[in-house]
Design a protein around this ligand. Structure first.
Ligand SMILES: [Zn+2]
Length: 440
């Protein structure tokens, strides 16, 4: 999650939402030192005088928020092409460059930290950290562990195995330990497992069970033995949700079938739900995808909305994740509007995507809140997301993005000029040729 560069930054003429749910400050100033840490965040009336050499940004009455988290992305996966096309028809070099473009687009959408849950090699994390490419700070699971025939088995119905190196098959507790060790050796920051089938896998169903409770526990123990790392569990059906929590996973990903028992157990164990509602709310084109995937989605969508709304009503701890790669890349903050549609207050949704997500990723001591001493990962949004949470969904409304005080995107005119621009990385790419990016 670390990045090397930092800069002093001052933002004024903004409404401040601190990510912890505190009262909004109507006319605020944020001041960060050269070390990229926040020295002041509060009312303009109490702000220290600006130091002469600091970069000062006029937020034009917009809303200043902590840089957002997306705790469930697949930056190595296209959202607009099938994985068959990706595996068989796309050169490795092109895949790498397309991933770099998605990193930039995700950052521009206001996501300054992301947790990738499969198909992103650790080198991308390190490239972002060193400034080689612009993108969210990253944690990555590198791969995904499931049973043979489970959610991470990419053997197609015709018998051809797509052979993605990020898919790790393991069929008992010892094999799960070995698979986890291999992924940790490849630089994984956490271990991703599957305790249920899924929507996008041909051979299973969300209600199918995948890793058993004792296999989850083996993964959890193996991750813990490597610098206290955590396990995230893809768990859609009710049985998979319970196996994930009982086995000790830190987060239930999707949780579409979660019931009252699952919610209670989640609370008891201090686990977190990452509901990835973008995959539910985004329409799926029946004409372009395989029929089994469309059928599963139709069968699950309404149930999912009811279950997640009930979980929100029961006040389970929710962190924000989109499953971008399955859902569209670069519109990550639309997820907050989905959470609000299912019953969250806008302030709660913002907390889910900032301080709560930071806690899930174990970085709450430095990220996810605008408080003195925290790193100045910040976003300015035109408009007021507490009145209309939907304003965050449109990347053009994200007018400033900074990490550790370094401005990565600015659509605010600098004083004395009429121009706008982005900094800290190459200029924006021209409009993508058909099929080149993920334009959906
Ligand atoms: Zn996923």
């Amino acid at each position: 999650m670390e990045i090397d560069s930092s800069a002093a930054l001052r933002v004024h003429n903004v409404r401040l939402v601190d990510g912890l749910g505190s009262a909004v400050v109507a006319d605020a100033v944020l001041d960060a030192g050269a070390d990229g840490r926040i020295a002041y965040a509060g009312p303009a009336s109490g702000a220290p005088a600006p130091s002469p050499d600091v970069r000062s940004v006029d937020g034009r009455g917009g809303t200043l928020l902590p840089g957002f988290f997306d705790c469930h992305v697949h930056l190595g996966m296209p959202s607009n092409r099938s994985i068959v096309d990706e595996a068989l028809m796309t050169s490795p070099a092109l895949r790498t460059l397309q991933t770099a473009e998605r990193l930039r687009r995700t950052l521009d959408a206001g996501i300054t930290s992301a947790r990738d849950l499969g198909a992103l090699p650790a080198g991308f994390r390190d490239a972002v950290g060193s400034g080689l490419v612009a993108g969210p700070r990253l944690q990555t699971s590198v791969g995904i562990i499931s049973h043979t025939g489970g959610h991470a088995d990419t053997t197609l119905p015709g018998g051809v195995d797509l052979g993605f190196d990020f898919c790790a098959l393991a069929d008992d507790a010892d094999e799960v330990r070995l698979a986890a060790r291999r992924l940790l050796r490849a630089g994984a920051d956490l271990v991703k497992i599957c305790t249920s089938g899924g929507m996008s896998s041909a051979g299973d169903d969300p209600d199918d069970e995948d890793l058993l409770e004792e296999e989850v526990a083996a993964a959890v123990d193996e991750a813990r033995r490597h610098r206290g790392r955590a396990v995230a569990a893809h768990a859609q059906g009710g049985a998979g949700v319970l196996a994930a929590i009982r086995g000790g996973a830190a987060s239930v990903e999707h949780g579409f079938g979660i019931d009252e028992q699952g919610c209670d157990l989640l609370g008891e164990r201090g686990a977190v739900l990452v509901p990835t509602l973008a995959t539910v709310f985004e329409p799926l084109d029946a004409a372009t995808g395989p029929p089994w995937r469309y059928e599963k989605k139709m069968r699950w969508n309404e149930r999912t909305k009811e279950n997640i709304a009930a979980a929100i009503g029961r006040k389970v701890t929710v962190a924000m994740g989109t499953d971008a790669g399955i859902s569209a890349h670069g519109r990550n903050l639309a997820e907050l509007a989905h959470l609000v549609e299912l019953g969250m207050a806008p302030m709660e949704a913002i907390r889910a995507a900032t301080s709560t997500s930071a806690r899930l990723l174990g970085v709450e001591d430095r990220l996810g809140a605008l408080r003195p001493g925290m790193l100045a990962d910040v976003v300015v949004c035109a408009g007021d997301p507490l009145r209309d949470i939907g304003v965050l969904a449109e990347p053009d409304n994200i007018v400033l993005v900074a990490q550790q005080g370094v401005v990565r995107k600015s659509a605010l005119p600098p004083p004395g000029t009429g121009s706008t621009g982005r900094e800290g990385a190459p200029p924006p790419a021209p409009a993508a040729a058909p099929g080149a990016g993920d334009s959906r």
